[in-house]
Write a protein that binds this ligand. Structure first.
Ligand code: KIV
Ligand code: ZN
Length: 511
């Protein structure tokens, strides 16, 4: 059925920028292990291109993109660069070991960007764009060019600019609605006119990149597809700069569910959407709104009596997407303290994680500790253990010992002992408004950092009194905001782990 449909319809290439534009969401910083895990999952999801990062932004980012280029097979691996030589050289350094590398260069094209941000003459900038494409082309044939803020640019300038970069060798032309300003008919019209008026456009892939400032990113992307765009740039859960980017799952599912109206298909494996969405949410610390299309927990819940009655009689009365279609109903098999390594490894594989023998040993030890406390270890518990393991990579401080006192009429206090990277151990005690505040005060004394706690959130990973508590914190220090997560059956320990995870990420980012 699917094969037959693909023969008759045109393919839309899915360019995922969760690890680049998505990671620009405030606080969504990921470490190398976390980025690699998300990239592996994106490959399983079947995206065509992974924009793995912006290598010039930090040495850690360069290494993270290199890891992905070396280890993630299947999609094209792309790195972003400004139209300057140093950026392009580093972008190439980052992706050169990929089987199919791409360099993506961008430069402001609207008057407002050229006059105020870049403060350069439009004709000089056009030359700079051409030179950047030529430079990238020395490294790889696959070069994408984006005229930033294209939807507010003068169209006549865009035509000349795009003709010139295509002549210089760009193979993909991406039209960004950088500030989410366009309306769907307007954006569709722009895409159509670019195809009609830019010589050479028929030889390249036309792509779009829409931001969601007016909540129109997905509609704009669909309007662009109808007018000739064949690559869409989008992010899992719609995360991204400011209000985010077009949500990958919404575009893919709109094309799939309405396939009788749209003569297009993607190669996305939609059964992996649910898992990808959860993974990205947990590792970035950005929760999925309950009412989010396709993946929010309310997307499949029916509350009014009339709706419930209708769904019970026939599901399709009020449901257009079956949760199972996107992988939403995982089999509820559980493990116990008697389960061996093999069973744990099997469950990890079912969850989509590939772990080395060394990692399996560490996860198995933590699994046994958890199984001692909890009788039944569910897939969600195991997933939380693995994510903890990934997030704990590169620790500057790790927790050795924690004791807290609290209760009615007593002053909450905590003793915290941390091991530093150089193996020294430091202990401090502090009081606070509660045991968590006291523990955080003790950690601040040890690290000497004056951390602000902007947000604190706790969820139970599964049901029941023995459930794992999962804490996410948003912390900031000297203008940098970062999220941290931690899990434990003891919620104070989970809170301390989340705080330390955030501090470790901050320190690694600053080093
Ligand atoms: O929004 C934007 O313009 C971008 C470009 C780098 C494509 O993210
Ligand atoms: Zn963007």
């Amino acid at each position: 059925m699917k094969v037959e449909q693909k023969k008759q319809t045109e393919k839309i290439y899915i360019f995922d920028s969760t690890l680049r534009d998505g990671e620009q969401t405030p606080g969504a910083r990921l470490n190398r292990e976390e980025k690699l895990e998300i990239a592996r999952q994106l490959a399983r999801l079947g995206v065509d291109i992974i924009e793995a990062g912006f290598p010039v932004s930090s040495p850690g980012e360069l290494k993270a993109v290199q890891d992905i280029a070396r280890q993630v097979k299947g999609p094209v691996i792309c790195a972003l660069a400004r139209c300057v030589r140093e950026d392009i050289d580093l972008a190439w350094e980052a992706v050169r070991e990929a089987a199919r590398p791409r360099i993506h260069v961008f430069l402001g094209a609207s008057d407002i960007h050229m006059q105020y941000k870049l403060q350069k003459d439009p004709e000089l900038l056009l030359e700079q764009a051409v030179e950047a494409v030529r430079h990238a082309k020395r490294y790889t044939n696959d070069v994408e060019y984006s005229p930033e803020d294209a939807t507010r640019a003068r169209e006549e300038y865009l035509y000349r600019l795009l003709e010139a970069v295509i002549k210089a060798g760009a193979t993909v032309i991406n039209i960004p609605d950088t500030v989410g300003y366009a309306l769907p008919p307007e954006f569709g019209g722009l895409i159509r006119r670019l195809r009609e008026n830019v010589p050479g456009m028929e030889r390249v892939t036309l792509s779009v990149h829409c931001h969601d400032d007016l909540g129109l990113a997905v509609s704009n992307s669909l309007a662009a597809i109808e007018n000739g765009a064949r690559q869409v740039e989008c992010n899992v859960n719609g995360i991204g700069e400011r209000a985010g980017n077009a949500a990958l799952e919404e575009i893919v599912m709109a094309l799939y569910i309405r396939r009788n109206s749209y003569p297009y298909h993607t190669d996305v494996n939609i059964g992996e959407i649910y898992r990808t969405s959860r993974l990205v949410s947990k590792l970035t610390g950005i929760p999925i709104p309950v009412n989010k299309a396709v993946i929010g927990i309310n997307a499949f819940a029916h509350s009014s009596g009339i709706h419930q009655d209708g769904v019970l009689k026939k599901k399709e009365t009020y449901e257009i997407i079956d949760a199972e279609l996107i992988g939403g109903k995982a089999a509820q098999m559980f493990l116990t303290a008697r389960s061996g390594r093999h069973a744990v490894q099997h469950q990890l594989e079912q969850l989509g994680f590939t772990v080395s023998e060394e990692q399996l040993e560490e996860i198995y030890t933590r699994f046994l500790e958890l199984a001692d406390k909890k009788k039944e270890v569910y897939p969600e518990d195991l997933e939380a253990l693995v994510l903890d393991h990934l997030s704990a990579a590169e620790p500057v401080y790790s927790l050795e010992y924690l004791q807290t006192i609290s209760g009615t009429g007593s002053i909450p206090a905590a003793i915290v002992r941390l091991r530093k990277k150089d193996d020294t151990v430091v202990e401090e005690s502090a009081t606070g408004t509660g045991p968590i505040d006291a523990s955080y005060n003790a950690i601040n004394k040890i690290t000497g950092l004056n951390i602000d706690l902007d947000k604190y959130r706790i969820d139970a990973v599964t049901q029941g009194r023995d459930a794992l508590g999962e804490v996410q914190v948003k912390i900031s220090h000297e203008g940098k905001t970062i999220t941290g997560r931690g899990t434990s059956t003891d919620i104070i320990e989970a809170s301390v782990k989340a705080y330390l995870n955030g501090i470790n990420k901050l320190l690694v980012a600053q080093s």
